[in-house]
Design a protein around this ligand. Structure first.
Ligand SMILES: [Zn+2]
Length: 489
């Protein structure tokens, strides 16, 4: 046993083929421990210090990328897998410490929800100073520590260029979310018919509206009757044509670069200004199919507002009507899953999405795990949290620009007025302010060049790992239950 050899309580301990793999907490932090028969040559694949103990060798090594890669080859359940059309949830993690809590919430769904534990957009990786490999490795160490052997996906989120694809493919990601939002042309929303004709004429050849075969057709899908008049088709083509050509390019690049490796694709147009109409969804799906793209999920821009870290803002009946139509179209052209981006904390729409999708749904969350980290800090290190909040207020007007948020500084409590700090995480404006400033908080340096908050945040979370995991479990159980088909609370 590793524990008796080391006199340390293992955080994880897996035995396979006479070899024990574990994690131990040492004075210097958490380390990989491997106990193997003395003659085992495989130990050379790992970094660390080896000591001989009778007939056995004991290695203590860092949680490095080399050790992560070697461990994956030995324990194949540490490698991401395809999730197919199973109901799924993406649990992004900006700090890299949330996976144990995520796993506990997923365990509570009794296998009804397939998890994605490694998930980060290129934008968020840039803001947190992490590489795709670090995102993948951090999730893996969490999976190893919890002994989660039931499989998981790895989502390279919001990819915009072929370089993004290459770096994420190299890091072992299996699920690729292509975001062609920069190629969506919102001029279509206000253009006249003659302007639409002119704009359409300049589209790339492969997405000329005449090629779509949709002109003048009425598509009947369940109760939907979608008439693709010239104006409707031209508007869809002008708005999304270049985006579709871009997705097709990205897909071809990915297919070629992946070679024999299999992967899954999501197409997301959620971060655009205007909702995706049912006719536009028909156009997108029909055109992607025509161009040979295979995808497992699609994130339209739904009606209403999906702001970061807060509940849905909009009319629930309108959402139900909108979402129901998208479900019918996804069944008709797929089936594929509908993806809910900025999906955290949208408690009022989960029951609707869970019921109407019949399980063909992917819920994507990311920043809310960071907020639960702050909640954990607020309950054990008030001074640090107060400092983070004051700093976040200073950063908010600058940092909010690339996010959908409506918080106003004037409506968020002043630091000196707060009496109950964990409760601040439940105040709408403070929540959004804290949500969008994570990058600044994690990268801010003080006058002597040291990270101002980062190391203290990690120290508190590492010292209170159980409390953090418990907060995450509670928070995500509430997210996941409406999608399990199990009785609600
Ligand atoms: Zn998104």
């Amino acid at each position: 046993m590793i524990s008796s050899n080391l006199n340390l309580e293992p955080l994880a301990n897996i035995r396979q083929d006479d070899i024990e793999y574990g994690l131990v907490r040492t004075a210097a932090g958490v380390r990989l421990a491997i106990l193997a028969p003395r003659e085992w040559a495989g130990l050379a694949e790992f970094d660390g210090e080896v000591t001989q103990q009778g007939q056995q060798s004991l290695l203590i090594g860092p949680l490095s990328s080399t050790n992560a890669a070697s461990l994956r080859l030995r324990l194949t359940w540490l490698m991401p897998k395809l999730l197919g059309l199973r109901t799924s949830a993406g649990l992004g993690d900006r700090l890299g410490l949330a996976t144990p809590g995520h796993i506990r919430a997923i365990r509570g769904t009794n296998g009804r929800i397939a998890p994605i534990f490694a998930q980060q957009s290129m934008r968020e990786m840039a803001r947190t100073g992490r590489t795709p490999q670090q995102v993948m490795d951090d999730a893996m160490w969490g999976i190893f520590s919890e002994g989660w052997q039931a499989g998981f996906g790895a989502d390279a989120d919001h990819l915009k260029t072929t370089e993004d694809i290459d770096v994420c493919l190299a890091a072992g990601f299996t699920f690729f979310t292509i975001d062609p939002g920069a190629h969506v042309d919102n001029r279509a929303e206000i253009a006249s018919l003659s302007e639409l004709r002119e704009l359409a004429a300049s589209l790339p050849d492969e997405v000329q509206p005449a090629c779509s075969g949709l002109g003048g057709k009425t598509i009947s899908i369940e109760e939907l009757e979608i008439a693709l008049s010239e104006a409707v088709l031209l508007k869809a083509a002008v708005k999304y044509g270049r985006a579709i050509a871009h997705v097709a390019d990205m897909y071809r690049h990915l297919s070629q670069a992946a070679g024999t490796r299999s992967f899954e694709l999501e197409v997301s147009v959620d971060e655009t200004e205007q909702p995706t109409s049912h006719a536009e969804h028909v156009y997108i799906a029909s055109e992607l199919k025509r161009l040979g793209v295979n995808w497992v999920s699609l994130a339209p821009r739904y009606v209403g507002r999906f702001e970061k870290g807060v509940d849905y803002i909009g009319d629930l009946a309108a959402f139900e009507q909108d979402f129901g139509g998208h479900v019918a179209i996804a069944n008709h052209y797929g089936p594929y899953k509908l993806s809910l981006h900025s999906g955290s904390d949208k408690f009022s729409i989960y029951p609707i999405a869970g019921r109407l999708s019949h399980g063909l749904v992917h819920l994507k969350t990311a920043g809310t795990s960071y907020l639960e980290a702050l909640r954990t800090i607020a309950s054990v290190e008030v001074d640090l949290f107060r400092e983070i909040y004051s700093f976040a207020r200073e950063r908010y007007e600058t940092d909010k620009t690339s996010y959908h948020v409506s918080a106003q500084l004037g409506r968020a409590p002043l630091p000196e007025a707060v009496t109950e700090w964990p409760g601040l995480l439940d105040q709408f404006d403070a929540r959004e302010i804290l949500h969008v400033t994570f990058g600044s908080v994690l990268t801010e340096k003080d006058s002597d060049g040291q990270k101002r908050f980062r190391d203290r945040i990690f120290a508190v979370l590492n010292a209170n790992a159980e409390a953090y995991a418990a907060n995450l479990e509670k928070h995500f159980s509430r997210h996941l239950r409406p999608f399990t088909g199990l009785a609600s609370e």
